[in-house]
Design a protein around this ligand. Structure first.
Ligand code: NAP
Length: 289
């Protein structure tokens, strides 16, 4: 069993750290808002530390799950950041969704200090984190991946190494590009069904067994029809993710015509005050009145 530090106990990090503790590892948590770290400790045991550096000192594996590029840079490399406090031979795993550029920077700084760094963004949402059934897309050295795999398997049902540093984040970008157009299509279909007077429950039962089936249809179709969006993966996180995809596409030249349009729709939703609602709230833009 290893000494683990977990930084960032949000919707995702809180249950992910819980699964690592449940597997028998010694877990020290850090959260910017200390009350969440205290609540986590009351539920799972372990310890909590006042800074990322204090949590990371002496750990075999340090994980983070925070927000955007500047947040990861702060917890990993900031004045109280984890990486400078880590021992040689330890491994840093970032589970946040951020740019490939930040992933490569962490890998480069870590490499200079003898610390292995893996970018390991996740997919599967809050439910996947709570069930310990996330998909984890990993970039970094094979040897570091092999050493850290038992820890990532505590919260991941499917943990796949994509290649060198940054490639986990690139895979997550593909995931988000695939979701963006699909959710808009599902929104248009379900809104069309409502306008046509179809029984949407019967409709979903029929078409979710055919070629139109998708995770979004199965897991979000009924809640979209019922106008329930107060859960799941927030519009503002999706805006961040699509910004990262578009910035990467500007570098690699891949056209993203549909993703560009849907990113604009998410901006509209955020301006309408729906930034914390689930990504399936794209259907809201289509409804009359
Ligand atoms: P969240 O609930 O908003 O939690 C964010 C966590 O990061 C909180 O613990 C927050 O601390 C901490 N944090 C943010 N900025 C920080 C900073 N500058 N310094 C220190 N701590 C900071 O977010 P989440 O939903 O767990 O998402 C976390 C990451 O996973 C994001 O990159 C997101 O895109 C990705 N993700 C989320 C989902 C999902 O369904 N939610 C799915 C896949 C991937 P405080 O408690 O102090 O605010």
């Amino acid at each position: 069993m290893a000494n683990i530090a977990f930084l960032g106990l949000g919707v995702m990090g809180y249950p992910m750290a819980g699964h690592i503790a449940a597997a028998g590892h010694q877990v020290t948590v850090y959260n910017r808002t200390a009350a969440k770290a205290e609540a986590w400790m009351a539920q799972h045991g372990g310890a909590h530390a006042p800074t990322p550096a204090a949590a990371a000192a002496g750990a075999d594996v340090v994980l983070s799950c925070v927000g955007d590029d500047p947040d990861v840079l702060e917890v990993a490399l900031g004045s109280d950041g984890a990486i400078p406090a880590m021992r040689e031979g330890a491994i840093y795993i970032d589970n946040s969704t951020v740019s490939a550029e930040v992933a490569r920077k962490l890998a480069s700084v870590g490499g200079e200090r003898g610390i292995g760094v893996l970018d390991a963004p996740v997919s599967g949402g809050q439910a996947g984190a709570e069930n310990g059934k996330l998909t984890v897309m990993v970039g970094g050295a094979q040897t570091d991946f092999d050493s850290a795999l038992p820890v990532m398997e505590c919260y991941g049902a499917r943990v796949v190494r994509m290649g060198e540093a940054g490639s986990g984040q690139l895979a997550k970008m593909v995931n988000q590009i695939c979701i963006a157009g699909l959710v808009q299509g599902l929104s248009e279909g379900l809104n069309f069904a409502a306008e046509s007077g179809l029984d949407t429950d019967a409709l979903l039962e029929a078409i979710s067994g055919g070629a139109a089936q998708s995770w979004q249809m199965v897991n979000r179709g009924h809640t979209m029809v019922r106008d329930e969006f107060d859960f799941g993966f927030a519009v503002d996180w999706m805006r961040k993710d699509l910004r990262i995809c578009r910035e990467e596409a500007a570098r690699n030249g891949a056209p993203l015509p549909v993703t560009e349009i849907v990113a604009g729709f998410y901006d509209e939703l955020s301006e309408m005050g729906h930034g914390r609602g689930d990504t399936s709230s794209l259907i809201r833009r289509l409804r009359k009145g």
